[in-house]
Design a protein around this ligand. Sequence first.
Ligand code: ADP
Ligand code: MG
Length: 696
Amino acid sequence: MRPEVLYQLFSPISKLTGIGPRLTALIEKLAGPNIIDLAWHLPSGLVTRQQVTTLTPELINQNIVVTLHVDQHLPSRNRRVPYRIQCHAGDSSLTLTFFNGRERYLRQQLPEGQERIISGKLEEYAGEYQITHPDHIATRETVETVPLFEPVYPLTAGLTNQTFIKTSRQFLPLLPDLPEWNDKSLMAREKWEGWKESLSRAHSPKSEEELERDTPARSRLAYDELLANQLALELVRRSMKRKPGRSLTETGEIREKVLASLPFKLTGAQNNALKEIREDMAGPHRMLRLLQGDVGSGKTVVALLAMVQAVEAGAQATIMAPTEILARQHFNAIEPLAAEAGMKCLLITGRLKGKKRTEILAELEEGTVDLVVGTHALFQEDVKFHDLGLAIIDEQHRFGVHQRLALSAKGRHGKGGVDVLVMTATPIPRTLALTAYGDMDVSIIAEKPPGRKPVDTRAIDLERLEAVAQGLGRKLAAGERVYWVCPLVEESQVLDVAAAEERFTYLQHLYGHQVGLIHGRLKPDEKDATMQRFMAGEINILVATTVIEVGVDVPEATVMIIEHAERFGLAQLHQLRGRVGRGGLEGTCLLLYAAPLSETQKARLGILRETEDGFRIAEEDLRLRGAGELLGTRQSGLPEFKLADLHAHSRLLIIARDDARLILEKDKALASERGSALKTLLYLFERDSAIRYLSG
Ligand code: ADP
Ligand code: MG
């Protein structure tokens, strides 16, 4: 239950005064639904005003506050001519200018013959001083409403800074005094103030420097968020580790058979990762491990050998993929090797129905099946294992923490927890890995199998699209296959699809029946069918939106064309590029871009041409774009941060990680005074679902 001190902060913004439905909708879109979200929405700029009594040329283009005398209104009778009001301040005359000004309102605000205090940017127009649309108009009595320092907030269309401030700043007096959860010596070292003071300060900058990410106020707030994240992960980790695991010890018998039938030798990197996994599985604790490896690094066989160990120990193992097609692909790779080594392997997907399904589920429960490859369908309640020892989840970023836990709950009662191995094909920068998978141990396959030729990567102006399209004829004649990826149209799947359809029609016009189309609006069955035809070589050009991104393996595919490459994330481009050059043939990747590119866009495409090291690419992407956009994290279930910037605050993240471990080491139930303050912190950042993992 959320502590009472936080009730007000977690009430909806509509509770504030002076906010109607229209404004509520705008602010919700911008900052979030609750009052606390206004506190997290930090200013990005600052207006500094000078208080002046007379006007001088040096003040032009400056923001000023000045007391003036209103002389005469000059209403406009013509839409194109602004409404003007002549005034004077000391000896200088000054014109206030309003476009589309309403006379009644202006006469009421600025009555002739009276004194007003106004603020705005001083301009010069036709040799006269002028202020267009003053941002504050006050009288002597209300002069405090004209601030000399005014924060400027990130806004959304239809919302002005003034309106936003008037509503949003109401959160400031609502901030409760919360007990301090941070370590005193850390605070002293970092020169941090309390939570409430830091927030107030971050919202009231008095200089440009105070807008930087590394001010004490902003660092503290970022740290709070990172600490909440790390504490939550550490709680999950401890709870998983606390449950007894089981020792899955190998005999080596089946492994030798599988190794013997592989057409290659494992790389050193594969062996290293496998060694870590094997030792972890053999140990008495539960395994909770992330296996990171770039596209094509050979994770599948490592997964298979881990499953073999479970089977040798007398248990069952399963691997779950995010889509039907990937599950099928794994099945096709694994089943023959399994069969040869004497293991029974089955496939369970949403398509499995009726009598066949009943039979398979029965076999699974009896334990005559050793390995199961599947999709989400594995979560269904009637899927029961005889004795599940190891669960592998492939392409993790499509699944969340809860699904990890749900699958591992399929273990046999009284047998100890299921070992969990999560595999991701998207290299993740260390900082992001810490925040998303901080609850797991990590193994990395850092090297690819030998003999891979680098993919020839080129950036090409979109204007040359027709020449590119015509050039494909040669590749097709040589029996090679082509992916053609169409741009992501922001916030509109309909437009995405339209763009892909248009390209499909154009290419069909050139290459007839050899062209296929696949996009997010097709039904899973339709997507699969087209994909199968591409795999089988019935079609040789596959026009697609990014649905092909993850994991699909077509060795004959050699060309990857990406339209509007500048709109994609680097990690995503790298993933796409990893789809080609997987067979023996050399791959080509053409990044079609719309000129002119910004400096950042140039730098990003440059990195891609320079390296195929997915980890380096991911780090650069994080640096250039920030975590929110990386990997399309918005849809990926990776954590999002409101205050912390994983690149700028990486030092703080490491401190937070160590801090979280230490805290729970000393006070595993968060029962101390600081512990209870830390619980409030978890609620504050809505990580409270972790609280149920507190050991009692
Ligand atoms: P990913 O890590 O992207 O899932 P895969 O497991 O699909 O990679 O492996 C990519 C390709 O490399 C597969 O065709 C696989 O058979 C092959 N492969 C895996 N390990 C090796 C190795 N040690 N030597 C040569 N080829 C390998
Ligand atoms: Mg794979």
